[in-house]
Design a protein around this ligand. Structure first.
Ligand SMILES: Cc1cc2nc3c(=O)[nH]c(=O)nc-3n(C[C@H](O)[C@H](O)[C@H](O)COP(=O)(O)OP(=O)(O)OC[C@H]3O[C@@H](n4cnc5c(N)ncnc54)[C@H](O)[C@@H]3O)c2cc1C
Length: 438
């Protein structure tokens, strides 16, 4: 967010609860082309991704950018080191309370100090204090603004055991594997010196916010012990990875897109507004897009008037426009990744059918089309120059037609969809035949 605001010349302060901005973290993060394009626009990315599965080779051909697998700590370091100025970012600042009125906002920190400003943007994750403060202020002033139902939007149906290990013998660098199973699935991403592994596990009972499970490292070890003999591919078991582990963590996977992301002078971006399962690595990519969309709106509103501040009404309009621009796309991505989580874990008969009968016959081209449809709608900043240095066969939705030149649309998808539906029906008939005959 600071990258975007600094480039728009908007004064701000980033208040981070933790003392160190770039903190040691064993986890990985993966970025899709839309995230990498934004990173490149901000001067934070110029490398070549290393995952080389057929799907990702296709993604590079289509979009010019690939799929980046990187340590979270490394990504944070890159983003932080490339800030035009780091003086806007302050660690050790835990937000505990917010006041909002016609004239501005006051953000109260744990140490008793207060920050004053025109707006607050809550990029503070799934447990957002800003979101809670927004609900409280709004409902105090106008009861029922945020209904009980809206406040319970997030549900937790899955948990994720994830970690990092050194590559066991027989692992292949650059490989990505997905292994589907009954109520759980594996994802592994192998890099030259690390394997990043994920086990997505269905909970016995779904929970609705604010009820959510909490886990410690003992729970994680116990969970891991259930999967030791399970295969993650033809050569390796989960136990092979676990015995090389360097780091692991067990976390609940909340899901949900809130209906209202702003009120008065307060807005939400990222997981505080839209939280999705991480199977397809769209959460942070979506958070980055929301930040870009909100920054575009703020920059446009400020550039369109002589005064350097916006009224509360103008701010509300910018926030509403941002929400409207993002809601459809975020919901689509949320549903797509949530659906994939369920197919991978054979969650119900239809999902099991999809996993066992439809997915295996889906061509790489078909799967590539599905992802391209999401990728090409990515958001970039409309006020920072962007020179397209990597071209792919699919144009971005925000590219002008003239710039798109001879680039193609995803014309193959209808034909392939029809084919898959036909084959799927064939499989369904075979499947029903098998059920009735056995
Ligand atoms: C296992 C797993 C794997 C994932 N892998 C991927 C992936 O490969 N690709 C991808 O795109 N997404 C991935 N995601 C999703 C991604 O991590 C999130 O969508 C993303 O981090 C959301 O960013 P955010 O800034 O909204 O929230 P967070 O990343 O949660 O950041 C919130 C920040 O706010 C700070 N904060 C919180 N409360 C306060 C407070 N009161 N005062 C001050 N500061 C505060 C926190 O310390 C933190 O720094 C994954 C998620 C999980 C669980």
């Amino acid at each position: 967010m600071s990258h975007c605001l600094q480039r728009a010349g908007i004064d701000h302060v980033v208040l981070e609860r933790r003392n160190t901005i770039v903190r040691p973290n064993g986890a990985s993060i993966n970025l899709w082309p839309q995230g990498l394009r934004l990173m490149e626009q901000l001067g934070c990315f110029s490398g070549t991704p290393t995952v080389v599965s057929p799907l990702f080779r296709q993604i590079i051909e289509r979009h010019g950018y690939g799929f980046l697998v990187i340590d979270r700590e490394k990504l944070m370091r890159i983003i932080y080191d490339h800030l035009p100025s780091q003086s806007y970012v302050r660690g050790g600042c835990s937000v505990v309370h917010i006041d909002e009125d016609k004239t501005g906002v006051k953000v109260h920190l744990e140490d008793g100090s207060v920050e004053v400003g025109d707006i607050v943007v809550g990029a503070d994750g799934v447990n957002s204090v800003v979101r809670r403060a927004m609900w409280t202020i709004a409902n105090d002033r106008s009861p029922g603004t945020f209904s009980e139902k809206e406040q319970q939007t997030l549900n937790t149906t899955y948990k994720c055991l994830f970690g990092t290990c050194t590559p066991p013998a027989r692992s292949v660098s650059g490989e990505m594997t997905q292994t589907h199973n009954d109520r759980f699935s594996f994802l592994t991403l192998t890099q030259p010196t690390r394997v990043y592994f994920f086990v997505f596990i269905k909970l016995p009972k779904a929970r609705r916010w604010p009820d959510r499970p909490k886990y410690n490292s003992h729970d994680a070890e116990l969970e891991a012990s259930k999967y030791m003999a399970c295969r993650i591919n033809e050569k390796l078991t989960f136990g092979d990875l676990w015995s090389n582990k360097l780091w692991f963590y067990l976390t609940p996977l909340e899901e949900g897109v809130f209906k209202q992301w702003h009120w008065g002078r307060i807005a939400l971006v990222g997981d505080s507004a839209h939280k999705m399962t991480p199977n397809l690595a769209f959460g942070a990519n979506s958070a980055m897009e929301s930040v870009a969309a909100l920054s575009n709106g703020l920059n446009r509103a400020l550039k369109n008037q002589s005064d350097s501040t916006l009224s509360r009404e103008q701010i509300s309009m910018v926030f509403q426009d941002y929400q409207e621009k993002r809601m459809g796309r975020v919901t689509k991505v949320h549903d797509f990744t949530g659906g994939f989580t369920r197919v991978s874990a054979w969650d119900g008969l239809l999902n099991k059918f999809m996993a066992l009968w439809v997915l295996p016959i889906a061509s790489h081209e078909f799967v590539g089309d599905k992802f391209s449809r999401l990728i090409r709608g990515g958001v970039k900043l409309d006020y920072v120059p962007y020179k397209e240095s990597r071209s792919g066969s699919v144009h971005w939705d925000d590219e002008s037609r003239e710039n798109a030149g001879g680039k193609g649309k995803l014309t193959s998808v209808t034909l392939v969809s029809v084919l898959v539906v036909c084959l799927g029906l064939g499989a369904l008939i075979r499947w029903l035949f098998w059920i009735f005959m056995s």
